[in-house]
Structure formats: structure tokens, C-alpha cells
Write a protein that binds this ligand. Structure first.
Ligand SMILES: Cc1cc2nc3c(=O)[nH]c(=O)nc-3n(C[C@H](O)[C@H](O)[C@H](O)COP(=O)(O)O)c2cc1C
Length: 232
């Protein structure tokens, strides 16, 4: 199958999505489409290189929003019916809100709009599905209550991206998610993958609900449910 897989800037369900993407890339042609935030967030969680590794070649491209101009010509492939399936996983509240309201002004919202026009089946895994609290995972974080403000910060010295301001914070836009800081800090003041609880906003749930009315578009709860579509 020729599959396009979109990744937006959500930390939630990101690892599950990348793991499944790696699996399906062994048996299918997969073009990966990265929103600008998707690219940043993949790096923060240390997953960018894993996605880069499985791409390369015609219909196996890594398409980055940042390399595109405003009309996203690559998404013409969908209106021409060149793909069998478009998957967007994970899908941020932002991208869901735009799709639900017919907006197409980014790489992934254009992909979904053009897939609709080309009758390409689309499967969306939203981060906001049901009201209430949701447990999600953070990227690397400097825990100030554990930081001893050492004269020489070993975590900062170990960081290849120079992302740590000792005693203050990690600049996530410089962080590569490698985890070297967490290993180097003798006081375990860097957490990686800490779970936090966030509250799902009603507006985001309502936007997701609108997608159930779209033709040729299916909303599923978790990337693992994609296995049914992909004969895994
Ligand atoms: C570390 C990190 C994790 C994020 N996780 C989520 C998330 O799980 N869900 C979400 O809706 N937005 C999340 N965001 C915010 C989005 O990246 C942001 O809204 C972005 O503008 C979305 O753009 P996109 O929809 O084009 O990818 C996260 C941001 C950061 C920095």
C-alpha cells in the first residue's frame, strides 16, 4: 500500500505512533508528513531520528512543513488519488480544530482536505477524544526542587545541544531528547517522560466530534487500532 502518515506537534500518543510507523514502513511505502510543530516535538522527545531513518526515496519521503511554501503542492498527490490511505497520528487539538471547521492552511490540514477531494480514506487519531482528565508524558524537564545549583552543572556540560541554563530551565527548542542530561546529573534533577494530568477542553472534544460526520474519514482512539486497516 501507499500510505501517507502525518505527525502533528503532540507529545501524547507520539511514541505509540512512531513505533507503529516503524512497523508498517517494513511492508508499505510510507511518506511521512511533519507539521512544523511535529518536527520540533519529535526532536524534544528524542524520536526525530527514528522517523528520519525509515524514510528516503520516492513515495517514502520525509516531507517537512518548514520546507514547503504556502500552497503545499505535495498534497496534490491526494487529490490525484496517489495514496491508498492517509493517517494522521497523533493529531493536535489545533489541527483537529482546523479540519473540523474546513480550514486548510498547513501541511496536514491541506493533506486531509485534498484526501477528501481525492476520496482517499483518512484515519485520524486525535489527542482529545473524551471529556475529563488525561495522563500525558512530558519531554525532558529540569526539576527545580531537586536541582542543587552546582558550581559546574554536569547536565548542562553533557548536553550536545547546549539547551540547559543551569538552575533555570531546558530550552526545548534546542533539546534533542537524547537524555544525556538525565544520566549526567548526580542529583536526578532532570526528569524524562514524567507523567502529568491535563484537562480536556470542551471545545476540543466538540471539534473532534464534528469529524465523525466527515465522509471517507474515520476517527480512532489509539494508534494500535490502525492494525485493522493495515493487516498487521
Ligand atoms: C512538548 C510539547 C508537547 C505538546 N503536546 C501536545 C499534545 O499532546 N496535544 C496538543 O494538542 N498540543 C500539544 N502541544 C502543542 C502543539 O505543538 C501546538 O499547539 C502546535 O501549534 C500545534 O501545531 P500543529 O497542529 O500544526 O502540529 C505540545 C507542545 C509541546 C512543546
Amino acid at each position: 500500500m501507499k500510505i501517507a502518515w502525518g505527525i502533528t506537534g503532540a507529545g501524547h500518543l507520539l511514541l505509540d505512533s512512531v513505533e507503529l510507523l516503524e512497523k508498517i514502513s517494513k511492508n508499505h511505502n510510507v511518506t511521512v508528513l511533519l507539521s512544523a510543530a511535529g518536527e520540533e516535538v519529535l526532536k524534544m522527545y528524542g524520536l526525530y531520528e527514528r522517523v528520519e531513518m525509515i524514510t528516503g526515496g520516492y513515495y517514502n519521503e520525509l516531507v517537512k512543513e518548514n520546507d514547503q511554501k504556502f500552497s503545499f503542492p505535495i498534497t496534490g498527490r491526494f487529490s490525484l488519488g496517489k495514496y491508498d490511505l492517509l493517517i494522521v497520528s497523533p493529531t493536535t487539538s489545533n489541527t483537529i480544530g482546523k479540519i473540523a471547521n474546513g480550514i486548510a492552511d498547513s501541511l496536514l490540514t491541506n493533506a486531509v482536505a485534498q484526501a477528501g477531494k481525492g476520496k482517499v480514506k483518512t484515519v485520524i487519531v486525535p489527542v482529545d477524544l473524551e471529556s475529563g482528565d488525561l495522563e500525558t508524558v512530558l519531554p525532558s524537564k529540569l526539576e527545580l526542587d531537586l536541582c542543587q545549583r552546582c558550581e559546574v552543572c554536569e547536565a548542562a556540560a553533557a548536553c550536545p545541544g547546549n539547551a540547559i541554563t543551569p538552575g533555570i530551565e531546558i530550552d526545548l527548542l534546542k533539546c534533542q531528547g537524547c537524555g544525556a542530561c538525565a544520566v549526567a546529573c548526580p542529583f536526578s534533577a532532570i526528569s524524562a517522560g514524567r507523567l502529568i494530568t491535563i484537562y480536556m477542553r470542551e471545545i476540543d472534544i466538540a471539534n473532534t466530534a464534528k469529524l465523525y460526520e466527515f465522509e471517507d474519514l474515520e476517527v480512532i482512539e489509539h494508534p494500535s487500532m490502525l492494525k485493522d486497516h493495515l493487516n498487521l
